[in-house]
Design a protein around this ligand. Sequence first.
Ligand SMILES: Cc1cc2nc3c(=O)[nH]c(=O)nc-3n(C[C@H](O)[C@H](O)[C@H](O)COP(=O)(O)O)c2cc1C
Length: 330
Amino acid sequence: MKANLTTRFFGLELKSPVVAASSSMTGNIDQIRKIADAGAGAIVLKSIFEEEIYHQLQEELSRRNEFLSDPEYLDYFDYVIKDESLRKYVKLVSDAKAAAGVPVVASINCATSNEWMAFAAKLQEAGADALELNLFVAPSDSSKTGQDHENFYFTVVDRVLRHVSIPVSIKISHYFSNLAGMVQRLSQTGVAGISLFNRFYAPDIDIAAQKVVAADVLSADNEYLLPLRWTGILAGKTACRLAGTTGIHTAETAVKFLLAGASAVQVASALYQHGPAVVTEMNSGIARWMEEKGYASIDDFRGKLSLQNVGNATAWERVQFMKYFGEKEF
Ligand SMILES: Cc1cc2nc3c(=O)[nH]c(=O)nc-3n(C[C@H](O)[C@H](O)[C@H](O)COP(=O)(O)O)c2cc1C
């Protein structure tokens, strides 16, 4: 029996659950073609960054500070820089669409919920099969309430959904006080999928130089446990499909996510570390495992071990190690 790897995510039929996550790699047409040829189910393009555009705008304005007081110039540069960034991104979408032969998902990194949303329509026009919104505000501003932070997500999703007819998925972090409730409510907004959880730039400390430095950009292959837990807890309880992302480097880890209830996995670090061949290895590893276990399709086992199907809350929700440490002798 030959395993059938087709699945659905991003509101689309995918020939494999292994998706190339948004990263600088998926901002390059040659790499996109190689990753697609290696068997990726879809390609999520590098995000167009709202902050990057505003940063560029600020730099341009400070170089031309003689114009700073002139509102017409401000408007002009605002327009030119946004237009230029968007033009480049639209070209990336249409070139990727021509090169990939698998669904191409355009990605927007949203930091505010303003006029930016109208840009989403341009990405649809450029031929994107779906959109992914990378939604994150670090909840570090203590003057804001949890409700303020949460409202941002719903406002952005609502505005984007009004501007496009292609399916919209979101990628979120785990920084919510009511994570399960938030994912459930977001799933009811009309989004096609939710990816759990993005991994961000993180600060670390160099104790020799006593400086704040950047932590590793790439994930390690054991970082998947947090998104795996929440996939298992939430699967079957959301109004849209779920995907896993962070620390998924092997076919074995991908199978764990499918068993927990994910419909797809998004991979970035493993692509950086091993190149596009890792996608082929993951596909053949998933197929081999399915054949060994007698599964013909992903739906035959997707969510088999989710909290909803296992019915054992302790397995997924337990958080304390007490017994283990209590019994261990040194
Ligand atoms: C170098 C690099 C660049 C990334 N750029 C983006 C991006 O532009 N937009 C985005 O939504 N996620 C971006 N990500 C996050 C990935 O899409 C992915 O969600 C995250 O790295 C976790 O998956 P991984 O453990 O397989 O790397 C980037 C990740 C890396 C390593």
